[in-house]
Design a protein around this ligand. Structure first.
Ligand SMILES: Cc1ncc(COP(=O)(O)O)c(C=O)c1O
Length: 382
């Protein structure tokens, strides 16, 4: 099996699993219990909170653990605007946000918020002037992702945060794809809230966090106990949190080496494919996450490519895993101007730290043959 779908999820690092094991087996205390078992769990949660905070240069008290990126996005979009209590009703988001943000924005819109979606350029990058035109004195919140999950395009979050703050709006960024790949510093970025999830950087699934700048009010999503300083009710997922902390610590320590490795393999893959007739690279190579190669082979259906790669033991993706299986073309690829037929030609290959040059060469070889075969079958040349 060759796995080139690291944007969907990553394998669990063996060192992370080892750090989690005691909390799955013997140290099963509830972090809210006063006895020794409970206090051991509490200490483990606190240590992990420090490690997650360090990954984004935040203070540990600014980290709210959640069940993942989806919940953190929902918490930010549903919880920040109403907590302002100043009557502002505007939410501005990019049109290429993950559905966790977009659907939460639409729900807020149905509840009376004024929703404005900002379109990116043809490479998936937001223009500052476009954002400036959308943000006004009614805007409560601006939400723009740090990097897009279908294209890998890195967005100018710091500059957008400045625009938001000039108008008195709060700034949230979904950094699910960027975290662990790029150095992130919440103070330098100027964001008020930032979403993270562990499973995109070799941590476990089902655990994430919302960074919330100290002093920022937020409404809670779910009712229950007083965990996470009353901001997220529910018994803590101690083993998951410990794994998240260890994955964050390792990502911070190894970031430069990992990025160098995946960027070199990504470039090798593109070099091996760029002369295939009708091959087009999507996204913005100058502002891209290191492991992303998003392609389109003119006239060749992306789903057929994914299925045929799968038959050869190669895991790739059409767009985001969450929208696979739905017949609608990717909202991201249509937002950058592709018509629905062209958008269905998108193929996302995302390299990870475990991939080798031999695997990349094998994928290039197989993919080239599949593209040729598909063209023979459908009668399309390029
Ligand atoms: C940009 C982005 N936001 C949010 C999510 C959702 O995160 P999770 O899978 O932890 O719920 C994902 C992952 O699929 C993502 O890529």
């Amino acid at each position: 099996m060759i796995y080139l779908d690291h944007a969907a999820t990553t394998p669990l690092d063996g060192r992370v699993l080892e750090a989690m094991m005691p909390y799955l087996r013997d140290q099963y205390g509830n972090a809210s219990s006063v006895h020794a078992m409970g206090q051991a769990a509490r200490r483990a949660v606190d240590r992990a909170r420090g490690e997650v905070a360090a990954l984004i240069s935040a203070d540990p008290s600014e980290i709210i653990f959640t069940s993942g990126g989806t919940e953190a996005d929902n918490l930010a979009i549903a919880g920040l605007p109403p907590a302002r209590k100043d009557g502002r009703r505007g939410i501005v988001a990019s049109a290429i946000e993950h559905h966790a943000v977009l659907h939460a924005c639409e729900a807020a819109g149905a509840d009376g918020a004024h929703l404005t979606l900002v379109r990116p350029d043809e490479r998936g990058r937001l223009g500052l002037e476009t954002v400036r035109r959308a943000v006004d004195a009614d805007t409560a919140l601006v939400s723009v992702m740090a990097a897009n999950n279908e294209l890998g395009t890195i967005e100018p979050v710091r500059e957008i945060a400045e625009i938001a703050h000039e108008q008195g709006a709060l700034m949230h960024t979904d950094a699910v794809q960027a975290a662990g790949q790029l150095p992130l510093d919440v103070r330098e970025m100027g964001v008020d809230a930032l979403t993270l999830t562990a499973h995109k950087f070799y941590g476990p699934k089902g655990i994430g966090a919302l960074y919330l700048r100290r002093g920022t009010a937020i409404d809670r999503l779910q009712l229950g106990g007083g965990q996470e300083r009353g901001r997220r009710a529910g018994t803590e997922n101690v083993a998951g949190i410990v794994g998240f902390g260890e994955a964050a610590r390792l990502a911070a320590e190894e970031m430069a080496a990992r990025s160098g490795h995946v960027a070199a393999l990504r470039d090798r893959l593109w070099q091996a494919l760029c002369d295939v007739p009708g091959a087009e690279r999507l996204g913005d190579p100058e502002h891209s996450l290191p492991g992303y190669l998003v392609l389109r082979f003119l006239g060749v259906d992306g789903e057929a490519l994914v299925l045929n790669l799968d038959l050869h033991g190669i895991c790739a993706s059409m767009g985001s895993a969450c929208s696979s299986g739905s017949l609608e073309a990717s909202h991201v690829l249509t937002a950058i101007g592709l018509d629905p037929a062209a958008a269905r030609e998108g193929l996302r290959l995302t390299v990870g730290r475990g991939n080798s040059a031999e695997e990349i060469d094998e994928v290039a070889h197989v993919l080239r043959r599949i593209v040729e075969r598909q063209r023979e079958l459908t009668g399309s040349r390029d």
